[in-house]
Design a protein around this ligand. Structure first.
Ligand code: ADP
Ligand code: MG
Length: 254
């Protein structure tokens, strides 16, 4: 089994009197795509941002790649890639300029075109951020997580609001990044997405982890309780119709 790259133990986060994260523990293995699933307000972003060193925890222990968050947060920052909210970019700068700017912030030499190639945006190098479609903005924000050649990237709801084609395209991108050895932690509200993409998932509800396993094992556990889904009478669903009629190709004229 792969090494543990992130270890979270008894993590608690209070906002005033309100306990948003109530003592959760989990481990992420090197090279896996790990999903944090849960309804709005469950504590997913809070948990990610604590590991990303962007938020203070109340208590608990976080170790990233052998580095203790309490002792060397700066060292953790160097080996992780964090996706900013897309509103965090200068809308009037060109993509190549933005990458150079981030490279400067990370103190890293960058090759904008090479990076844009990875996310299929080379031909947009001279476009301004505000001129991109929703899917392109998400892909660009994933490119920026790769600037410092991180061991781990964090993606917080990267596919929310995307059309089916752009969503599938992003799944391919994430799978690609992982195949190069990068560990991925992702949050999503789409269970079909988690099922396709994630090696393991943790389900968080009201600040607690209520289940953690591979999607397959979680489904088997439910089925073994006698659960049965109302029989699917059709061999396809509306999303299949949509993709069949409009194709897999990206539409990004936006
Ligand atoms: P999720 O990402 O799962 O939707 P969050 O981690 O953003 O959940 O939020 C968890 C809970 O903590 C929510 O109830 C949210 O309202 C609360 N919360 C998040 N950030 C703050 C903050 N800065 N101050 C107070 N409460 C917050
Ligand atoms: Mg969130």
């Amino acid at each position: 089994m792969a090494n543990t790259i992130i270890s979270v133990k008894d993590l608690v986060k209070k906002y005033g009197d309100f306990e948003a994260v109530k003592g959760i523990s989990f481990e992420v293995r090197e090279g896996e795509i790990f999903g944090l699933l849960g309804p709005n307000g469950a504590g997913k972003s809070t948990t990610l941002e604590i590991i990303e060193t962007l938020r203070q925890k109340t208590s608990g222990k976080v170790i990233v790649n052998g580095i203790d968050l309490d002792q060397h947060p700066e060292s953790i920052k160097k080996i992780i890639g964090v996706q900013l909210q897309t509103s965090g970019y200068y809308p009037g700068l060109r993509l190549s300029e933005l990458i150079e700017l981030f490279g400067g912030l990370y103190n890293q030499p960058v090759e904008p075109l090479k990076l844009l190639d990875l996310v299929n945006l080379r031909d947009k190098a001279r476009s301004k951020f505000k001129e991109l479609s929703g899917g392109q903005k998400q892909r660009f924000s994933i490119a920026t997580t790769l600037i410092n050649k991180p061991n781990i990237i964090f993606l917080d709801e990267p596919t929310t609001g995307l059309d089916p084609q752009a969503r599938r395209n992003l799944w391919d991108l994430v799978t690609d990044i992982r195949s190069k050895g990068t560990t991925v932690i992702i949050t999503t509200h789409y269970m079909d997405e988690a099922e396709v993409l994630c090696d393991r998932v943790a389900i968080i509800d009201s600040g607690k982890i209520i289940a953690m396993d591979t999607p397959d094992a979680l489904i088997d556990q439910l089925v073994s309780t006698g659960f049965e889904r109302p029989k699917e009478v059709k061999q396809a669903n509306l999303e299949d119709v949509f993709i069949h009629m409009t194709g897999h190709a990206l539409r990004e004229e936006a």
